[in-house]
Design a protein around this ligand. Structure first.
Ligand code: HGY
Ligand code: MN
Ligand code: MN
Length: 418
């Protein structure tokens, strides 16, 4: 395959302007974004993305999970498309680049192809996957998971947010239920590439512009419910208490110990915590929290899950508390397609960007799409490795480097014909 000339570059200012324009939709309170999935802000961001893509000559298809597919035709109508995408939804206190860089980086490469009059044999499809974050509706990567056949659509439609609103109802309310059966195109994909900020400190510390993502670590989400007895914080004698809050605290200490026991690669914490009735002078009668374990090694994840259950059960038995566990998300460690990874590495080399192989610490839609099509990821650094925080920041140069490499990897895989 003819490799694109090293002078093939994206328009970095236009990409940056689009990132800043999208960031105005669903603004956070501290400079980041709160554009959670299936909110009116999500819909507004989708409409802006749709307009930009249609202005660039692409046509839109939407599936029954709200996944958006914006197609730039190739010269061979029978050639399977090369996909390039990520997600536009954000955390409640999210940054401006998590997911968005990958979607708008895909749009930018099409805009640059238009500027250069480039044609490819394979069509190119820029994609926005619904509900990658899994914050409003667990699990993460929900819609790409349904697309890849990991979850059923009925199960996904039934997921409820903290207010009891169902995913399917909210998708319908914002008017983004498409007419394409989800997954109907999954066997017709030539490849997929996802550009994403690293969301960790490695590339910045190592002084590298590009992360060539060879693997993604696995993830396990276990929702734990501890039940005691709510009672007066003043008049209930200590020996009589059934303190679900204290039980949770001991379990969170155990989670930390388990993760450290598998240092340096395993991690563990709880980001979601609900305390009931959450009143200043009531001993918590119930706590519900989600344990997030991750590791590049599946056996380590399984060991952490097992030790959590055994240890939490012992803590609760000793305190006269009840404990229940529910697996609410997870995926095994993934190895990305060697051919696509090589295309990324060669592109970085050709363009003169410093690069290193890296394992993704975060989960991404590419982890599920890797099940149905040759897939690879490109990462750029982020300041202090910070993400899932409104202060998330990248440099224009990092955005440009990532999008240039994405441009080359995609058009090389889609085969330039003129
Ligand atoms: O949880 C994750 O790793 C992703 O950011 N949704
Ligand atoms: Mn993301
Ligand atoms: Mn994220």
């Amino acid at each position: 395959m003819a490799a694109p000339g090293e002078n093939l570059r994206i328009n970095a200012d236009r990409l940056w302007d689009s990132l800043m324009e999208m960031a105005k939709i669903g603004p956070g309170v501290a400079g980041g974004n709160n554009r959670q999935t299936l909110t009116d802000e999500d819909s507004e961001g989708r409409k802006l993305f749709q307009k930009w893509c249609e202005d660039a000559g692409m046509t839109m298809a939407v599936d029954t999970m709200g996944n958006m597919f914006m197609t730039r035709p190739g010269t061979d109508p029978d050639a399977l498309p090369v996909y390039v995408g990520s997600h536009l939804d954000t955390q409640p206190t999210g940054g401006k680049y998590d997911g968005v860089l990958g979607v708008l980086g895909g749009l930018e490469l099409v805009r640059s192809m238009n500027d250069l009059g480039l044609q490819t044999k394979h069509p190119i499809v820029v994609t926005n996957w619904t509900n990658e974050e899994g914050t409003r509706y667990a699990p993460a990567m929900l819609a790409s998971g349904v697309f890849a056949g990991v979850h059923t659509q009925d199960w996904a439609y039934d997921r409820e947010d903290a207010e009891g609103k169902k995913f399917g109802d909210e998708l319908k309310r914002i008017g983004w239920v498409g007419d394409e059966d989800v997954g109907s195109r999954k066997d017709k994909m030539h490849a997929m590439f996802e550009l994403h900020i690293e969301q960790g400190p490695i590339l910045e510390v190592e002084g590298k512009d590009i992360g060539v993502v060879t693997h993604g670590q696995g993830l396990s989400w276990t929702q734990v419910t501890v039940t005691g007895k709510d009672s007066h914080t003043g008049s209930t004698p200590m020996p009589m208490r059934k303190n679900a809050g204290l039980g949770m605290a001991k379990i969170l200490e155990l989670v930390d110990e388990i993760a450290w026991s598998h240092a340096p690669h395993a991690v563990g914490a709880a980001g979601h915590i609900d305390v009931y009735p959450n009143s200043r002078n009531v001993i918590p009668g119930k706590t519900v929290f989600t344990i997030d374990f991750r590791s590049p090694n599946l056996a380590v994840i399984q060991d952490m899950e097992e030790r959590l259950k055994i240890g939490a059960k012992k803590i609760c038995d000793d305190m006269g508390l009840e404990v229940e566990f529910e697996k609410v998300g997870g995926f095994d460690p993934v190895e990305f397609d060697k051919g696509c990874v090589e295309a990324v590495r060669n592109a970085a080399e050709r363009l003169g960007y410093s690069h290193q192989d890296i394992i993704s610490g975060a989960g991404h839609d590419a982890c599920w799409i890797n099940k149905v099509a040759p897939t690879a990821m490109i990462m750029c650094p982020c300041v202090d490795g910070l993400s899932h925080n409104e202060a998330e920041e990248i440099s224009r140069e990092w955005a440009k480097a990532g999008a240039d490499v994405l441009f080359h990897a995609v058009v090389e895989t889609a085969v330039i014909v003129g």
